[in-house]
Ligand binder design. Structure first.
Ligand code: NAD
Length: 469
């Protein structure tokens, strides 16, 4: 199949890509640090020399403003490449460990950092560049080969990545396959050495089932309903601006976007007033006219979001509420005093709708969070350290950020990943290298007669004296 923009690969091309990536890995060429460094440098060049084309593709797919493309895709991609280039030697070096007493004589113990092998990377549409480059950096740095399946839902970005990867990278080691569920299913029928999937939890179950056939290891970067607790005593202007940023960046189509807000009725009025100011300052009185505001990716997601907004039974729209299907526009929309079991509280929203739930106090907020699946992110806005620690100590989530939204994802020194239904495994910085690396525990002994004598106690016949008990 082919869309007007993207050529979907057929079964023969999929087979060829798989075999080529396997053979290249078997040849051993991707293991050399010189090779890995060269591919990473090429990735850096690709990103630097094609900024305009990449940003234009992101704009076509998501109406993504240049600044959002630079901040949310190009800079983090380049930082991942940079980090890997800077630390590759350290990450890849054998790690010596001190042997236990029983093994002390004539022994070296090491963890060898070995590439997992031939890997499959499946990426989604919301940050189609960064969420493809990020895992690729891990695969290249670790010395793996990879077949890369970008999201067909962002076809312009998929297309330019296909062209550029072929132009800049080793085409026998890093091969793009384009397609949708059908093509991905064909890819999943094969035996991979690791699968790195970013996307929704439902498809993750399909991926896991396919991986289980070959006992393939997995990294699953998923989503969830990430809560934001607003303490009554927080600086409302700053908290509201940061929540508005997290909810409207990429039109709320961010895996770690604050999904909903928990606050007391006392805090609600002040927080809503501050949110109104924040949205107005960022996008003016009519965000549809703002050149800075992205759009919903496609009609399917537009209808999904409209349905969830129309079907919600409770609450009051206090900001926004407007939409325009022709333009795939949905205004930043805040719904106050939503019931806990409202439709809006069922699935991850993944759009610019922000339900707010009233809670009695922080314990009530914690109890509500703990009644739901572990989210990918958890946000708490407060200057009260005791309250913050209570929230962190009593909840679980992939990551947590105090007094801001989204920015923890940009921190390469912190592993990024979910827990439970929000994901499995992590990446970014060294964690990306680790995701594609097998730590091969290796013990090397000498054949020295002295070592042999020391270790002689293990051999039968045993006597009561040979262990000195
Ligand atoms: P998507 O529709 O682009 O799907 C992701 C990938 O899965 C695509 O490459 C697609 O072709 C493939 N796919 C779709 N259906 C399939 C099927 N039936 N079988 C096999 N493969 C299939 O993106 P999406 O899933 O809508 O992405 C949004 C979700 O991803 C949200 O839940 C979001 O929270 C999550 N997400 C997580 C992260 C993270 O880093 N944790 C980042 C971005 C998005």
């Amino acid at each position: 199949m082919t869309t007007s923009i993207l050529h979907f690969n057929d079964e023969a091309e999929i087979s060829q890509a798989y075999e080529t990536a396997r053979q290249t890995f078997r040849s051993g060429c991707t293991r050399s640090l010189k090779y890995r460094r060269h591919q990473l440098e090429q990735l850096w060049r690709l990103l630097s020399e094609n900024e305009e084309g990449l940003l234009a593709a992101l704009y076509k797919d998501l109406h993504k403003h240049k600044n959002e493309g630079v901040l949310g895709e190009l800079i983090p991609s380049k930082e991942e490449v940079n980090d890997a280039l800077k630390h590759l030697d350290d990450w890849a070096r054998d790690e010596k460990v001190t042997p236990a007493l029983v093994n002390r004589a004539g022994v070296t113990c090491l963890k060898r950092k070995e590439p997992k092998g031939t890997t499959l990377i499946i990426s989604p549409w919301n940050y189609p560049l960064f969420l493809t480059i990020g895992p690729m950096v891990g695969a290249i740095a670790a010395g793996c080969t990879a077949v890369i399946k970008p999201s067909e839902v962002a076809p312009h970005t998929a297309q330019i990545m296909t062209e550029l990867f072929a132009r800049y990278l080793d085409t026998k080691a890093y091969i793009v396959i384009n397609g949708g569920a059908h093509e991905t299913t064909q890819l999943l029928e094969r035996k991979w050495d690791h699968i790195f999937y970013t996307g929704n939890g439902m498809v993750a179950k399909i991926i896991m089932k396919a991986a289980s056939k070959h006992l393939t290891s997995l990294t699953l970067e998923l989503g969830g309903k990430s809560p934001a607790i607003i303490d009554e005593d927080a600086n409302m202007a700053i908290a509201a601006k940061r929540v508005a940023f997290g909810k409207t960046f990429n039109c709320g189509q961010t895996c770690v976007a604050p999904d909903y807000v928990l606050l007391t009725s006392k805090a609600e009025g002040k927080f809503v007033a501050a949110l109104k100011t924040a949205v107005q300052e960022m996008y003016g009185s009519d965000p549809q006219l703002s050149k800075d505001y992205s759009r919903i990716i496609n009609n399917r997601h537009f209808h999904r979001l409209s349905k969830v907004l129309n079907e919600n039974q409770s609450g009051e729209i206090v900001i926004g509420g407007q939409s325009d299907e022709k333009d795939l526009y949905i205004a930043p929309t805040v719904i106050a005093n939503v019931d806990r079991d409202d439709k809006l509280m069922e699935d991850e929203i993944f759009g610019p709708l922000l339900p707010m739930i009233r809670v009695a106090d922080v314990d009530d907020a914690i109890e509500y969070i703990n009644s739901k699946d572990e989210p990918l992110a958890l946000y708490v806005f407060s200057s009260n350290k005791k309250l913050v620690n209570k929230v962190l100590d009593s909840t679980r989530s992939g990551g947590a950020l105090v007094n801001d939204t989204l920015m923890h994802v940009a921190e390469g020194a912190l592993p990024f990943g979910g827990t439970g239904p929000s994901g499995m495994g992590a990446y970014h910085g060294k964690a990306s290298f680790d995701a594609f690396t097998h730590e091969r525990s290796t013990m090397i002994k000498d054949l020295n007669p002295v070592s042999e004598a020391v270790m002689g106690v293990r051999y039968a016949p045993y006597t009561s004296t040979n262990l000195n008990l």
